[in-house]
Ligand binder design. Structure first.
Ligand SMILES: Nc1ncnc2c1ncn2[C@@H]1O[C@H](COP(=O)(O)OP(=O)(O)OP(=O)(O)O)[C@@H](O)[C@H]1O
Ligand SMILES: [Mg+2]
Length: 232
């Protein structure tokens, strides 16, 4: 579904990604694990068309999308839940959801119903300002908003960040549920333990490079992964 080859991305003279190659098979959960500064968010932004690579290619459903606009990429079915959630704090929960349907003519009323069904908490708080929600509720809102464009591929940038363990457990159940509904998931995480527990396949990126890859089981059993990412 997604095939990235020899990607290089820079911010001016700073090389954030020097050489990343990876593949995401349709219907799977693929996790990308890496430490702070490894290039994870840069990768998500490049897939979404917010950054242009200096080198390399990104193919989605067989089409080269490397130079596509973000609008076109979203319309083709790729959505992201950004790092730090990026909720519109002054807009209501409902308005935040509606923003996610910008690419769909006539909005997406069924999408709102689906979001409220999946996240009853959001329905209860539909007219509340996004900024007044708890961290976990904001993350649910960010998920709901991303689903509003009816994506086929969902990019999640550290969804567990800053959340209490019990909330993280809920979020990971939701990720599983979304995947079971047929949406392919790319899960960026520093919480390697949880990520490898739900993923089918994984990549480890270090200093802007693909360092390791394998099934989630292979990675979880890899001594290097255990030492660096699973706390020994
Ligand atoms: N706007 C920018 N200008 C210059 N350098 C940047 C910019 N954004 C990121 N970088 C650099 O690119 C590298 C990769 O950053 P990136 O945000 O992609 O990492 P990350 O893996 O998402 O880290 P984290 O886990 O902290 O979110 C880092 O060295 C970072 O300092
Ligand atoms: Mg990041």
């Amino acid at each position: 579904m997604l095939k990235i080859k020899n990607l290089e991305v820079r911010y001016g003279s700073i090389v954030a990604i020097s050489d990343i190659s990876l593949e995401v098979e349709k219907g799977k959960i693929v996790t990308i694990i890496g430490a702070n500064g490894a290039g994870k968010t840069t990768l998500v932004h490049t897939i979404s068309g917010l950054l242009r690579p200096k080198r390399g290619s990104i193919k989605y459903e067989g089409r080269e999308i490397t130079q596509w606009s973000t609008d076109k990429i979203v319309a083709a079915g790729i959505a992201q839940v950004p790092e730090g959630r990026q909720i519109f704090g002054d807009l209501t929960v409902l308005e935040n959801l509606m923003m996610g349907a910008f690419s769909i003519k006539g909005g997406n009323p069924e999408g709102i119903e689906r979001a409220f069904e999946m996240f009853p908490r959001l329905k209860e708080r539909a007219s509340q300002k996004g900024g007044s929600l708890s961290g976990g509720e904001q993350q649910m809102l960010a998920f709901g908003r991303a689903l509003m464009c009816n994506p086929k591929l969902l990019l999640l940038d550290e969804p567990s960040m800053g959340l209490a363990p019990i909330v993280v457990t809920d979020i990971f159940k939701i990720i599983k549920k979304i995947n079971e509904q047929g949406i392919t998931v790319v899960l960026i995480e520093q919480n390697a333990k949880l990520a490898l527990a739900i993923a089918d396949y994984g990549y480890v990126i270090e200093n802007g490079r693909t360092a390791l890859s394998g099934t989630a089981k292979e990675l979880a059993e890899n001594p290097r992964v255990q030492e660096i990412y699973l706390g020994g």
